[in-house]
Design a protein around this ligand. Structure first.
Ligand SMILES: NC(=O)c1ccc[n+]([C@@H]2O[C@H](COP(=O)([O-])OP(=O)(O)OC[C@H]3O[C@@H](n4cnc5c(N)ncnc54)[C@H](OP(=O)(O)O)[C@@H]3O)[C@@H](O)[C@H]2O)c1
Length: 341
């Protein structure tokens, strides 16, 4: 089988496609699944792990997790959708033939993978293709963790979302709307139509105007791209306001420790929690028409280097998808963005 591997940190070109022997059912542990992968996505997490581009303040921790001098895990990729080929003797949530999607830190850019049943996995919603399902886990799990569980957004609250057209932002807008919030979204003007279609109530083009001059105030600010400083926005946060950093440096991490003990708005930061319960929540939201994948680029797996280059630029729309050729007809064209339901 083919797999995308990495032997050193660096630019997108360090990625190579390698022929390996495919894992088989006889290698399965009692609580593992053998999965045929149909589509995966390239996320900012894949960029960080490929380039050792960990945020300031997390560089040592990142290297300790990923490998001090070179990547500890050669197999790349974290989000995927595919079909269960075989299951271990104690697996009870899935059976051969099930179509599943999820996140797995052990690497998913291979035609076949072995994944523990306890990984962040759920049955793929029937109304999504594999490419669409692979577009969801990273951005949607992150949005649910930070908006619902951490910021605890309430119906009627006013929420500002920075980077609303990116890998996390397109799902943050949808999750905020699903929680009943009024959403102001920041992105470049060329992406207004996309972000409005996801439910944003107000849009600000950061290339044309400073969002602080819009005459608006918010209960919650969500920032996945580290482009808003707490010092610059705290006067625009209402009583009980929360400034939530998904991308944070040492300053924001420090503020998240001290501001809960002080009067006024609070800074929040944390780590996204990938688990099967959240994946099942996401599948239910998709089936209810309340959450839809957004795919900006879709390429065959052989173009993984180009896919990483797109993500590296940090101007993408939603997800960047890679298909294995044997799976659903691959394309190197941008496919139309759409919402389910
Ligand atoms: N803490 C955790 O557990 C956790 C979990 C998941 C992710 N993360 C982090 O969260 C981040 C996720 O980012 P992502 O995937 O959403 O990034 P991305 O896709 O690269 O974000 C690009 C977005 O940023 C916008 N943008 C660029 N410059 C901007 C500016 N000056 N002002 C406002 N918006 C601007 C772009 O808008 P235009 O293209 O319209 O210009 C686009 O919408 C990563 O850093 C990742 O490491 C953290």
């Amino acid at each position: 089988m083919k797999a995308i591997v990495i032997d050193q940190y660096g630019p997108a070109e360090v990625l190579t496609i390698e022929t390996q022997s495919a894992p088989s059912a006889v290698q399965l542990g009692s609580q593992e699944l053998l999965i045929e992968v149909h589509a995966t996505s390239v996320t900012t997490a894949d960029w960080r792990f490929r380039a050792a581009a960990f945020p300031l303040g997390m560089r040592l921790l990142g290297r300790l997790v990923a490998g001090l001098f070179r990547p500890r895990n050669r197999l790349t990729g974290r989000e995927f959708s595919g079909r269960v080929v075989a299951v271990g003797s104690l697996v009870n949530r899935f059976q051969p033939g099930d179509e599943v999607f999820g996140a797995h830190g052990g690497g998913v850019n291979a035609e076949r993978i072995i994944v523990p049943e306890s990984a962040a996995l759920a049955k793929k919603p029937a109304n999504l293709s594999h490419a669409e399902a692979a577009a969801l886990p990273f951005g949607a799990i992150t949005s649910v963790t930070f908006l619902r569980d951490m910021a605890k957004i309430q119906p009627g609250e006013r929420v500002l979302i920075v980077g609303a057209s990116g890998g996390v932002g397109v799902y943050a807008v949808q999750i905020a709307k699903q929680l009943g919030a009024h959403v102001t979204a920041i992105c470049s003007g060329g992406k207004f139509d996309l972000v409005r279609s996801l439910g944003a109530d107000e849009l600000i083009d950061y290339t044309e105007a400073d969002p602080r001059d819009a005459g608006l105030t918010w209960d919650v600010i969500i920032d996945p791209v580290g482009k808003s400083r707490f010092r610059d926005y705290r006067h625009l946060l209402r009583a009980g306001g929360r400034h939530v950093f998904i991308e944070a440096g040492p300053r924001e991490i420090w503020q998240s420790i001290v501001t809960p003990w002080m009067r006024g708005p609070t800074v929040l930061f944390g780590i996204s929690e990938e688990n099967s319960k959240t994946m099942e929540n996401l599948a239910a939201l998709v089936e209810a028409g309340e959450l839809a994948p957004v795919i900006g680029h879709r390429l065959p797996m052989t173009e993984v280097v180009e896919a990483h280059r797109i993500v590296d630029r940090r101007r993408r729309r939603g997800a960047v998808i890679l298909d294995w050729p044997a799976a659903s007809a691959p394309s190197n064209k941008t496919i139309p963005l759409r919402r389910a339901g």
